[in-house]
Design a protein around this ligand. Structure first.
Ligand code: IMP
Length: 208
């Protein structure tokens, strides 16, 4: 019988990607909506650290305690050089707009374009970062894995694929925006693909 692994995210865009990236892992992936752990105010405090690593570990620790299951969580975001690394750990709520994810994403993209207004391509360098934290048991220490990918911020959105900032992120690896890329092409080079593959490799080596 396969063991269970809780993937602790409420972000549907991320959940879709993680399912595809971890698809061949010999574990039954369980997502939060399947656990009956309802969203609570306490979850806001899980993302108040100043680093991706801190946030990812807090999320994994919290949901491992809630579920009693081996738990993996990620924290990720976009770092723009000309903005001193912003939006960074505040990527999800960069524009400080409340509402459903699509509304927040659109507001964030508008905010990003307005802050970069008029800067030439060479001043629009950016990278995505993702840290994955894994806890095998609620009382055990966590392990973390990082992935990055580089690119630049376009002057207008291109494509409708992916989620969040993807239509504005022109990937150095793919020579197109993540919004224009197929899911498989994005996962092959993305920060999340790299971080989760490093985690999966580690998990397989531990099981040997
Ligand atoms: P988190 O849920 O705190 O990790 O926030 C992640 C936020 O960073 C998302 O809501 C997006 O705004 C942004 N982000 C992270 N990864 C991606 C990606 O792969 N594509 C587009 N936006 C991303």
């Amino acid at each position: 019988m396969k063991g269970k692994l809780l993937v602790a995210t409420r972000n549907q865009g991320k959940a879709r990607e993680i399912r595809a990236i971890l698809g061949d892992l010999p574990y039954d992936l369980i997502f939060l909506h399947e656990t009956g752990i309802t969203e609570s105010g306490a979850e806001v405090a899980l993302e108040l650290a100043e680093t991706f690593d801190g946030n990812a570990r807090h999320k994994a620790e919290y949901f491992a305690r809630q579920s009693g299951l081996p738990t993996v969580a990620d924290d990720s975001g976009l770092e723009v050089l000309a903005l001193g690394g912003l939006p960074g750990v505040r990527s999800r709520r960069f524009a400080l707009v409340d509402g459903p994810p699509e509304v927040q994403d659109q507001a964030n993209n508008r905010e990003l374009l307005s802050r970069l207004g008029g800067l030439p391509a060479e001043r629009r360098r950016a990278r995505y970062r993702c840290v994955v934290a894994f806890i095998p048991r609620p009382d055990a220490p966590s392990h973390s894995f990082e992935g990055t990918c580089t690119g630049r911020i376009l002057e207008e959105p291109k494509g409708t694929g992916g989620f969040g900032y993807d239509p504005l992120f022109f990937s150095d690896d793919l020579k197109m925006s993540f919004g224009e890329a197929s899911p498989e092409a994005k996962h092959a080079v993305s920060h999340r693909g790299r971080a989760f593959r490093a985690f999966a490799e580690w998990l397989r080596s531990e099981a040997r």
